[in-house]
Design a protein around this ligand. Structure first.
Ligand code: GLN
Length: 304
């Protein structure tokens, strides 16, 4: 039996003493003002035992990690039809690039880049009566945590600076791949990015991806196949143009956000969330990636 607490203690000691912490995202004040000297990890094993270290109870903006959760909800609602509007190939581009979208006639490469997440948001806006409320209710249910909230200030700042997201949504609209008004879809998207969670909440929320689509309370949200496909997308597309590097260094399906969070998982074994707001050049948490590399190397637990 692996003693995960000792593993996390060792990672905290080693990674926490690094000199290079990366740079926090600067495009909105709510992220730019965060102290980059933060580092937390929370791990839940398949038996629902919890292990944590550092700033694991401090809330941060989950940002693009939310794309996996909207995808899960949309796939649960519309099933395979979703893949007519968004592909499942890695883009090899940064999260907000637009050139492939034009070359490929408005079909985003995958649901974990911004253009793909906007299509998924459009599906939810079409299908749900009160999209923002129902999406938040979905997250509160799968995490079993009614305290999770949107951060309205972050959502507003996203809106005020979201020029490339406006461009992507308009491009999608011009190709007929957005059914609703651009502003309505973007309002939903900016809110999903603004969700605040700590590492413990994030690891609990993602438990269903290690448990064949069943949350910690054993309620089913995805079938086995859907959970498998979302995990495959996290592995191949979860880190944009650094997805290959993450698979190479860490060897787990995962997803990052520019708030400095990363969630990664090994089906039937564990789900782990890290937070360190300093980012590397590709916009992924620098120390989070290093911590996860050490976790899978020290425990010899990865999908490979
Ligand atoms: N809100 C950011 C955006 O859409 C999310 C980016 C991210 O976490 N990679 O630009």
């Amino acid at each position: 039996m692996i003693d995960f607490q000792t593993v996390l203690d060792t990672i905290h000691q080693e990674i926490g003493s690094r000199k290079e912490w990366g740079n926090v995202a600067a495009y909105i004040p709510e992220l730019a003002d965060i102290d980059n000297n933060k580092f937390g990890i929370h791990l839940i094993d398949f038996n629902r035992k919890n292990y944590s270290i550092g700033d694991s109870n401090e809330s941060f903006s989950i940002q693009s990690i939310s794309k996996v959760l909207t995808l899960a909800m949309a796939l649960g609602l519309v099933g395979e039809d979703l893949w007519r509007r968004v592909d499942v190939e890695p883009s090899g581009d940064p999260f907000n690039h637009l050139s492939l979208l034009e070359q490929e006639n408005g079909i985003p490469r995958n649901p974990l880049i911004n253009a793909g997440a906007l299509v998924v948001a459009d599906v939810l806006v079409s299908r749900l009566k009160n999209p923002k409320e129902e999406f938040l209710a979905f997250i509160r249910k799968i995490s079993n945590d009614p305290s999770i909230k949107y951060d309205e200030q972050v959502a507003l700042s996203e809106k005020n600076t979201g020029f490339r997201n406006y461009a992507a949504a308009n491009l999608l609209k011009s190709y007929g791949n957005l059914s609703n008004d651009v502003d309505v879809v973007l309002d939903f998207y900016f809110h999903q990015c603004s969700i605040a969670m700590n590492c413990a909440q994030l690891a609990k929320t993602f438990f269903l991806f290690i448990n064949r689509g069943n949350c910690m309370q054993e309620q089913t949200y995805l079938n086995v196949n859907q959970a498998k496909r979302i995990n495959a997308l996290m592995l191949t597309c979860g880190f944009y143009d650094e997805a290959g590097e993450f698979a190479f260094e860490v060897g787990l399906p995962g997803k990052s956000g520019v708030g400095g969070g990363i969630v990664a998982l090994l089906p039937n074994e564990f789900c782990v969330a890290t937070w360190s707001p300093g980012l590397n050049k590709k916009g992924n948490s620098k120390l989070g990636m290093e911590a996860l590399e050490k976790l899978t190397s020290d425990t010899d637990l990865s999908i490979f």
